[in-house]
Design a protein around this ligand. Structure first.
Ligand code: BES
Ligand code: MN
Ligand code: MN
Length: 455
C-alpha cells in the first residue's frame, strides 16, 4: 500500500472541497427547521459513497431522520467491515461566540473551523475517502458496508428501531467507528470504553402564577430556591452521587486496571489551562481519567425559571426547570438509573411544590476488549501510521447506539477516533486539524488490511 500517501497528496484539495460541501448543509438534528437539511445531507453522502465506488447506497426514511446504508461486496467469503457514522450535528448556538460562520468552513492555522468539522462529518468523511482510495487503487481487501444516521446527537431512536428489521442488510463482522478522540496528534490511542447516559428533565411547580416577591416572598415556597437545594443534595461533600442504589451495579476496576490506566500520559496543568480553570473537581479518591472513564457522574446541563431578562423584576416564580444528565459506567442500566433518579427526586421535594420528571433519552455504556482481532488490527494500523503503538483509553463520552449494535446485531465495535479534546465539539468554534483528517484517511486502509489478513 505504498501509494496511500501519494493518493492523498494528489487529491487532498478535492477531499476538502467535498467535505466542505457536506459541512455547508446545516443538518442540526435537534431542530424542526432543519428537517429538509437532514435528507440533503443523507443524499449528499449517498452520492459520495456511489462516486467512491459503492455497489449501491440507499436512503431509508424513518419516523425521524433518514438512515443511509451503502455497500460494496467483493467476495461473500471475505469478512465485512461495517462503518458507522452520523451526519447530524449539534446546534451551533450561541452564534455570536463563533469567529466564523459555523456552516461556512474555513481553513486557518492548519485546522478546519465549522460545526461538524470533527463531530462527525470530518471523521466520517475520512472513511468515505479511505474507501475511495481502496476501491480506485484496488486495495480493498474485504467487503464494506456503511451505516450513517442522522439522530446520534438526539439519541439514535430511529436507528435503534431500524436495526431490528434490518439484521441481514447490516450483517458484518466488525463495526468501525471514528467518532471519538485520541490523546494527542503524536500520541495515538484507541477508545475501549464509552459511558452510558440517562438524560432527565425536571419541572417544579409552586404557586399558580408568578407572585409579587414582596407580598409573598418568605411565606411561600419558591420553586427556584427549592430546585437549587434539591439539585445540591444530589451530590455529597465527596462529590459522590447520593441517589440510593445509584452505585449498586457499578463495576469496580481492579488495582491492576487502575495502575494500567494511570500510565496514560496526562498533564494536569495543561488540562486545567486548556479550559481555563484553576482547580478540578470530582469524586474523592479518583484521578481525573478515572472520574471520566470508570466512574459515573451527574451534571446539570441547564437550569431555568423565573425572570432572566434585562434588569430586575421582583417575582417569586411559579415554575423552575432543569436538565440533568448522568453519565454511566458498566453495568449501570440507563432505564434503571432513570427510575432511581425519578423516585429519589420526587421523594426529596418538600410540600408546596409539585414535581414532574421526564426521561429524555439515554443508552448503555460500552467496553471493548484489547485482545480481539479488531483491536489488534486497529492497533497495528495506528502503529504503522503514527510510528507509535496506540494506548487503550476509556472515554467519558457516549455513543449510546454502540451498545445496541452489540445487543441487537451481535457485532462488536472498534472505536478508532482521530479527534482531539481541544477540537471544541458541541462548542462554538468547533475545529478539526487537517493533520488528523489526512492521517485518518491514511490509517483506515491499514485497518482493513490487517483486519482482513487476520480474520
Ligand atoms: N462523538 C460524540 C461522543 C464522543 C466524543 C465520545 C468524544 C468520545 C469522545 C457524540 O457525537 C456525542 O456527542 N454523544 C453524545 C450522546 C448523545 C446521546 C447526545 C454525548 O456524549 O453527549
Ligand atoms: Mn459524534
Ligand atoms: Mn456529538
Amino acid at each position: 500500500m505504498k501509494d496511500r500517501k501519494s493518493y492523498i497528496e494528489e487529491n487532498k484539495d478535492r477531499f476538502l472541497e467535498e467535505l466542505f460541501d457536506l459541512i455547508r448543509i446545516p443538518s442540526v438534528s435537534a431542530k424542526e427547521e432543519n428537517k429538509g437539511d437532514m435528507l440533503k445531507a443523507a443524499e449528499y453522502l449517498k452520492k459520495s459513497l456511489m462516486e467512491a465506488g459503492a455497489d449501491n447506497a440507499e436512503i431509508y426514511t424513518t419516523e425521524g431522520h433518514p438512515v443511509l446504508v451503502g455497500e460494496k461486496i467483493i467476495d461473500k467469503s471475505l469478512p465485512t467491515v461495517l462503518v458507522y457514522g452520523h451526519y447530524d450535528v449539534q446546534p451551533a448556538e450561541p452564534f455570536e461566540l463563533w469567529n466564523t460562520d459555523p456552516f461556512e468552513p474555513v481553513v486557518k492555522d492548519g485546522k478546519i473551523w465549522a460545526r461538524g468539522a470533527d463531530d462527525d462529518k470530518g471523521q466520517l468523511f475520512m472513511h468515505v475517502k479511505a474507501f475511495e482510495y481502496m476501491v480506485r487503487t484496488e486495495n480493498l481487501p474485504c467487503n464494506v458496508k456503511f451505516m450513517i444516521e442522522g439522530e446520534e446527537e438526539i439519541g439514535s431512536e430511529s436507528l435503534s428501531k431500524f436495526l431490528d428489521g434490518h439484521k441481514d442488510l447490516l450483517k458484518a463482522d466488525v463495526i468501525l467507528v471514528s467518532d471519538t478522540t485520541m490523546i494527542a496528534p503524536e500520541i495515538p490511542s484507541i477508545t475501549t470504553g464509552l459511558r452510558g447516559l440517562s438524560y432527565m428533565q425536571v419541572e417544579l411547580t409552586g404557586p399558580n402564577r408568578d407572585l409579587h416577591s414582596g407580598l409573598y416572598g418568605g411565606a411561600v415556597g419558591n420553586p427556584c430556591n427549592i430546585l437549587c437545594k434539591m439539585i445540591a443534595s444530589l451530590t455529597n461533600e465527596k462529590n459522590q452521587v447520593t441517589i440510593p442504589g445509584f452505585f449498586n451495579d457499578v463495576l469496580i476496576s481492579s488495582d491492576k486496571e487502575r495502575a494500567e490506566m494511570a500510565k496514560r500520559p496526562y498533564n494536569e496543568e495543561k488540562y486545567k489551562k486548556s479550559i481555563d480553570v484553576d482547580a478540578l473537581m470530582g469524586e474523592e479518591s479518583y484521578s481525573t481519567h478515572e472520574r471520566l472513564g470508570i466512574r459515573p457522574s451527574l451534571d446539570v446541563n441547564g437550569i431555568w425559571g423565573g425572570y432572566t431578562d434585562e434588569g430586575a423584576k421582583t417575582i417569586l416564580p411559579a415554575k423552575a426547570y432543569a436538565k440533568i444528565s448522568m453519565r454511566l459506567v458498566p453495568d449501570q442500566d440507563s432505564g434503571k438509573i432513570a427510575k432511581l433518579f425519578e423516585e429519589h427526586f420526587k421523594s426529596i421535594a418538600p410540600e408546596g411544590v409539585r414535581v414532574k420528571v421526564e426521561y429524555l433519552h439515554g443508552g448503555q455504556a460500552y467496553v471493548s476488549p484489547i485482545d480481539s482481532t479488531e483491536y489488534l488490527a486497529a492497533s497495528m494500523a495506528m502503529e504503522e501510521a503514527f510510528g507509535k503503538k496506540p494506548i487503550p483509553v476509556r472515554s467519558g463520552g457516549s455513543i449510546p447506539i454502540i451498545s445496541n449494535f452489540e445487543k441487537t446485531l451481535g457485532i462488536k465495535s472498534i472505536l478508532m477516533g482521530f479527534g482531539l479534546d481541544e477540537d471544541a465539539i458541541h462548542s462554538p468554534n468547533e475545529n478539526y486539524p487537517l493533520f488528523n483528517f489526512f492521517k485518518g484517511i491514511e490509517t483506515i486502509p491499514l485497518f482493513y488490511k490487517y483486519y482482513a489478513e487476520s480474520s
